[in-house]
Design a protein around this ligand. Structure first.
Ligand code: C2O
Ligand code: CU
Length: 476
């Protein structure tokens, strides 16, 4: 057993009741001063990771437990978990559990919900996931750079009864901006990226590797969990020769549906798919990303092994995953809040407020702060709330993207239900934590503000957030 294995196994030791007997043999690093008991340890450090094959060298990344994505956290709905986060980076750190509707103090936003973890220190997060589904964690200090360098990982909160599939696969999608020696280009403040589509990489990976192909067996039924961990890239995936069934979005079950086009997944979003391997042994199909239609690119191939076909699955009519318990918005008496997204290149914003001052766009560009929510450019995590709402009240956010670039807007601590979306009919009725708004698109979403605290609300194109597209929403 490697040291790594032991760390993950520990969770099971603790559960099995033999923990007490085994603990004395565990490595000393597990008992760093100050952290009590925990189920997982995530250590953030600088480490070399092989993204590209030889002859390229390893890529110097920042990662959790020397791997990117970091280790999969497998949690149970309603069961408290303790995750010790050790910071061995040269910078401060916090970890945000994206999509988990947990208590504010554990949400992992620096200043707003906790003091950042200083280099050398450990912080133990303790929380109880209320929803089963597919989520992820990522650092939330200097986020564009830290996530861009690889500090994230997947979370599965198990359903009490999982759907009957042969394999449950996770694909964490990312793109990296690498130079010719396969090293990360460190221009996280590149104005052009900030003011446009965000930082798009030149090297796409699945689970931290340039994808080769996925080997499957004819007749297999897969559950495929897609997580978009990229700073800015939107994926629009076509699975050639196959039908897919969407069974959850952003961790929340949906009435299963076959998407009418490609599966479009914006930064931070997740899709759970049921995917039947209806091809024949020896066949090969491509998975294509068509988000940039002028230059579709092959993400990976599905390669059928030369093995006898598995017996057919009972066709159709999968009733869907059991629902999580999210309070239903009361649309009779909501707080209605317009959210106007503006700024960036080719936009119409001429002025915006920064730190209480009204500044011209040219000035804001020079400061690298060219994105605004309701004409306010935010600088950090200590701004006055955009609005406050009494706990238990229904909120409707009315989004208008008044810019030439897309914005995947994420609210912490809550899922919201999409009431309408100007382009995307399929998203209506879905519960999301991140809604994607293309240029000049609009949408209305509703949620019950049932989770008290100051919650961050921001664009998940991380350069846009860095350049001002953030706000705080207070639930009291
Ligand atoms: Cu995944 Cu504040 O974000
Ligand atoms: Cu944005």
């Amino acid at each position: 057993m490697t040291k790594q294995d032991r760390l993950y196994a520990r969770r099971n030791f603790l559960k099995s009741g033999t923990a007490a007997a085994l603990l004395p043999w565990l490595p000393g690093s597990l008992f760093a001063a100050g952290d009590d008991e925990f189920d997982y340890q995530l250590t953030a450090s600088v480490s070399g990771i092989r993204l590209a094959d030889e002859p390229f060298p390893e890529t110097k990344t920042w990662s959790f437990n020397r791997q990117s994505p970091g280790p999969l956290l497998r949690l149970r709905r309603g069961e408290t978990v303790r995750v010790a986060v050790k910071n061995e980076l040269p910078q401060e750190l916090t970890v945000h559990w994206h999509g988990l509707r947990i208590t504010n103090a554990m949400d992992g936003v620096p200043i707003l919900t906790q003091p950042p973890i200083t280099p050398g220190d450990t912080f133990v997060y303790r929380y109880t996931p209320p929803d089963a589904g597919t989520f992820w964690y990522h650092s939330h200090v200097n986020t564009a750079e830290q996530v861009g360098r690889g500090l994230y990982g997947p979370i599965i909160v198990e359903e009490p009864e999982a759907p009957p599939v042969d394999r449950d696969l996770v694909w964490v999608l990312d793109d990296w901006k690498l130079d010719q020696r396969a090293q990360i280009v460190a221009d996280f403040d590149n104005r052009r990226d900030l003011a446009r589509a965000g930082r798009l990489g030149n090297t796409v990976t699945i689970n931290g590797r340039i994808p080769q192909s996925l080997s499957v067996r004819a007749g297999e039924r897969l559950r495929l969990r897609l997580i978009n961990a990229a700073n800015a890239r939107i994926f629009a995936l076509r699975f050639r020769g196959h039908r897919t069934l969407v069974i959850a979005r952003d961790g929340q079950p949906v009435d299963p549906y076959e998407p009418g086009g490609p599966v479009v997944i914006g930064p931070a979003q997740r899709f759970d798919l049921i995917f039947d391997m209806t091809g024949e042994p020896g066949q090969r199909y491509s998975v294509i990303d068509v988000n940039y239609p002028q230059s579709p690119s092959r993400l990976t191939d599905i390669e059928y092994l030369q093995q006898a076909r598995l017996p057919d699955k009972p066709a159709g009519d999968y009733p869907g995953l059991p629902r999580n318990n999210i309070p239903q918005p009361d649309l009779r008496d909501p707080l209605v809040q317009p959210i106007v997204l503006a700024g960036g290149d080719l936009g119409q914003l001429t002025h915006a407020q920064l730190g209480g001052q009204r500044l011209e766009m040219t000035r804001l560009y020079l400061l690298g702060k060219m994105w605004a929510i309701n004409d306010i450019v935010n600088t950090g995590y200590s701004d006055t709330p955009l609005f406050a709402v009494e706990r238990g009240k229904t909120v409707i956010l009315e989004f208008r993207n008044h810019s030439a670039w897309p914005h995947p807007m994420h609210l912490h601590g809550h899922h919201f239900q999409v009431l309408e979306h100007s382009r995307d009919r399929e998203v209506t009725g879905k519960w999301l934590d991140t809604v994607l708004l293309g240029p000049e698109e609009s949408a209305r979403v509703a949620f019950v503000a049932d989770n008290p605290g100051d919650w961050l609300f921001h664009c998940h194109i991380l350069g846009h957030a860095r350049a001002g597209m953030m706000a705080v929403i207070r639930v009291s």
